[in-house]
Design a binder for this molecule. Structure first.
Ligand code: ADP
Length: 737
């Protein structure tokens, strides 16, 4: 049947002239043995529509056939059997896409009649296709169809008179549907190409994009993960370094103290002192490395707060330059500052900017040979300012310039020149400059020198608010338990820039006066008795050392603490050795924060000291154990003060004026000295001494509370008890038997 037989049940066969005549249960067919084609006979003929019986056939001598059929015998002449050639074609009546006629989608037809269509393009949702076909021709009743969808079917379908060709779930792709029309034999064939487009996500382009995206995502995630790991690793490393830096710093302060102590002994030989100074210098250097590492960790982890204030950057740079003059002079390097304007106000974090400038200056000096020159240029315009530090030193190679601003990087020629360093400074400088929205860059040629430049936008303080950087009111780590506003500080410095520069940060905590040299300062000190003096050493007319000697050896001023500003660290040790009695030394370059903290710590120490020496009954004891230099004038004064109070212990009328008279000073000087040396008022001092004495008497257990109150200058037991309780936190009876 697949090849055109009416039925697969062939009951009888006769042969004639190259044809096999086949009698089937549904009619007669003729099979051409040469070209293997089959002819069926159309239904109106008598020979069709009957069932041919099994083996009931016969051929006469004249060639006629006789067949036994269900309707009787049929006799026919195969040669003359009248055959009307069947003709016809396949007509496409409709195409249904998921049950909907294609006529509803005019776009698909491209304005041609449906029947003449030879290919259609469908989308991936139109995957259920039914094609409705009709046979056109002279004898459509015998019409049979067979079809094959290339790309879907393996074989042709059986002949059928069914007129719907149905395909469901066609995947995207190109198919060719071939339909054959049979009428006794194959008479027509037509093809229809069906193209089903894939959804966008099944297109190649999309797949490639998808793979690329997935790849990129995987790469990105991996990188992110690696970065995280790396970051954690770096953090761990940094924490490790920081811990070590902390330990180092602690150990170094402990090493430094005995060295200082030894340095003060007068019995040292020149050799001993030299060794000690070497040790001191190295501890100083290590301390600064440890400090740098700690600073770096603070900036790197964002722990350091960015606190911009309006400041004059020209003055600030000028100051830093003058702070480095002596360091440069030690290498016979001249350092010159060329600003294009006298003043330039902008919002900066002065502490951070100082560190940036210091790093550039110290590098320029460090990496320059002796007898060379360092130039510092400053230029400002409306919206930015720039600083250039030019040196004629060892220079930096091209490759190294690229790495320079990375952490721990040190260029090869710095290493081979055996100049020590940590490679943190420039990295930190870059971070600090970037915090100011600025840029840092370098131009350099090996052996010729380097030029470092920073360009920073000029900002008003408020402008940082917009960029989301936090601003908090600048505050130093000065604890509140130490009120400082009423402290009067005298700054003695001959360099105008430096002097003016120091006023601003100090004025935040103290009331500040200035003097340009020792002579001017000494006049002021005698009249005003300031609470603390900060003095440079190198000054015209009278230098800082002379001033210090004067202050400390004059009874009226001996109590005033002095901080001396020195140029080089080695000198500090020599100065200490001189025993001038300065309370502290600061090495230039220093930062204002440290100076402020030193001042506060001197004040705080005096106060703690005051409390302790009343308790112990001797100034000398306490000062010695605190490791401070002893000023005999001060010691004598305190000793005398205690003696006077003890002498008038039982005098209820003993007043401040009596006290001053006994001490041989004015009431105001007594007040000032007391405040400076004991950190307390005169009244508190008297009360303190009386209370300590009362405590001693109570412990002796020989007198009644009433007697003791009387012996210590209290007129009533009640007043004594209240005062005692306030002082010691417990009432006197708690200490008696
Ligand atoms: P350090 O100076 O402590 O090594 P820095 O971060 O300040 O660290 O500098 C990093 C490196 O950059 C230095 O080790 C040095 O190799 C190079 N460098 C910095 N400044 C200069 C300069 N002015 N001339 C030559 N080399 C410099």
């Amino acid at each position: 049947m697949r090849q055109g037989l009416i039925s697969n049940y062939v009951n009888s066969v006769l042969y004639s002239d190259g044809y096999l005549w086949l009698g089937t249960d549904k009619g007669l067919c003729r099979f051409n043995t040469i070209d293997k084609t089959i002819t069926t006979y159309s239904s109106p003929m008598t020979i069709s529509n009957v069932s041919y019986n099994s083996d009931a056939c016969f051929q006469f001598h004249n060639g006629m056939f006789a067949w036994g059929t269900s309707d009787g015998i049929i006799i026919l002449d195969p040669k003359t059997l009248n055959m009307q050639e069947p003709s016809g074609r396949i007509y496409i009546q409709d195409i249904l896409l998921s049950g909907q006629s294609i006529r509803q989608y005019p776009d698909l037809l491209h304005k041609v009649p449906l029947d003449s269509i030879s290919n259609i393009t469908l989308n991936y949702q139109q995957k259920n296709v039914t094609i409705h076909i009709l046979p056109l021709g002279n004898d459509s009743r015998a019409a049979r169809f067979s079809w094959k969808m290339q790309g879907f079917d393996d074989d042709w379908s059986d002949l059928t008179d069914q007129r719907d060709i149905n395909y469901t779930n066609l995947n995207p792709g190109t198919y060719q549907l071939s339909v054959r029309l049979y009428n006794h034999k194959l008479i027509s064939e037509r093809t229809l190409t069906i193209h089903i487009t894939p959804p966008f996500w099944a297109t190649w382009l999309f797949k490639i994009a998808y793979i690329l995206f997935a790849g990129w995502l995987a790469y990105f995630l991996l990188r992110f993960y690696m970065n995280r790991l790396n970051q954690r690793y770096t953090e761990d490393k940094l924490r490790f370094f920081t811990n070590i830096a902390h330990d180092l710093r602690t150990a170094l302060t402990l090493v430094k103290a005995p060295i200082d102590e030894l340095n003060q002994t007068n019995s040292l030989s020149g050799h001993d002192r030299e060794y000690l100074q070497l040790a001191a210098k190295q501890t100083e250097r290590l301390t600064s490395v440890a400090k740098q590492l700690l600073d770096f960790q603070k900036v790197d982890t964002g722990k350091e707060q960015f606190e911009p204030v309006m400041a004059d950057i020209v003055v600030l740079i000028g100051c830093r330059v003058s702070m480095f003059e002596t360091m440069a002079a030690a290498k016979h390097i001249t350092i010159a500052y060329y600003p294009d304007t006298e003043t330039c106000l902008t919002a900066i974090d002065t502490n951070m900017m100082e560190r940036v400038i210091d790093n550039l200056l110290s590098n320029a000096i460090k990496y320059s040979p002796e007898q060379s020159a360092v130039e510092v240029h400053f230029r400002s315009d409306e919206d930015k300012w720039r600083l250039k530090v030019v040196d004629r030193g060892i220079g930096i190679s091209r490759e190294a310039q690229r790495e320079l601003f990375h952490e721990f990087y040190r260029s090869q020629n710095a290493l081979s020149a055996q100049i020590s360093g940590s490679g943190i400074g420039l990295f930190m400088a870059r971070m600090l400059v970037e915090l100011h929205n600025g840029k840092i860059s370098v131009e350099s040629e090996e052996g010729k020198g380097s030029t470092f430049e920073i360009i920073v936008p000029r900002c008003k303080n408020e402008e940082y608010k917009d960029t989301g950087k936090q601003i908090s009111a600048p505050q130093d780590d000065l604890s509140n338990d130490c009120p400082t506003e009423d402290m009067r500080i005298l700054v003695v410095e001959d360099n105008n820039d430096l002097r003016n520069f120091m006023i601003r940060p100090l004025a935040k905590h103290f009331s500040v006066e200035t003097a340009a040299d020792g002579v001017e300062a000494w006049e002021y000190i005698q009249q005003q008795i300031p609470d603390l003096i900060v003095s440079d050493i190198m000054m015209p007319r009278m230098d800082g050392l002379e001033l210090c000697r004067l202050v400390k050896s004059t009874f009226e001023t001996s109590h005033i603490p002095i901080i001396l500003l020195t140029a080089l660290s080695e000198k500090t040790d020599e100065l200490r050795g001189l025993g001038l009695g300065a309370d502290d030394y600061m090495t230039k370059p220093f930062d204002m924060k440290t100076l402020t903290q030193r001042i506060v710590s001197i004040i705080r120490n005096r106060r703690i000291l005051g409390g302790r020496f009343i308790a112990s009954g001797s100034m000398t004891e306490v000062e010695d154990s605190a490791g401070k230099s002893v000023n005999t004038l001060n010691d004598a004064f305190v000793k005398r003060a205690m003696e006077v109070v003890v002498q008038y212990l039982d005098d209820t009328e003993f007043s401040k004026d009596d006290f001053a008279r006994e001490m041989g000073v004015s009431t105001s000087l007594l007040f000032k000295k007391m405040k400076a040396l004991a950190g307390m008022s005169v009244v508190d001092f008297i009360r303190g001494v009386r209370m300590e004495h009362a405590m001693k008497l109570i412990r002796e257990n020989r007198y009644s509370i009433g007697e003791i109150a009387c012996m210590c200058g209290f007129s009533t037991i009640g007043y004594f008890s209240t005062t005692f309780k306030k002082h010691f936190g417990k009432s006197p009876s708690d200490f008696t038997g």
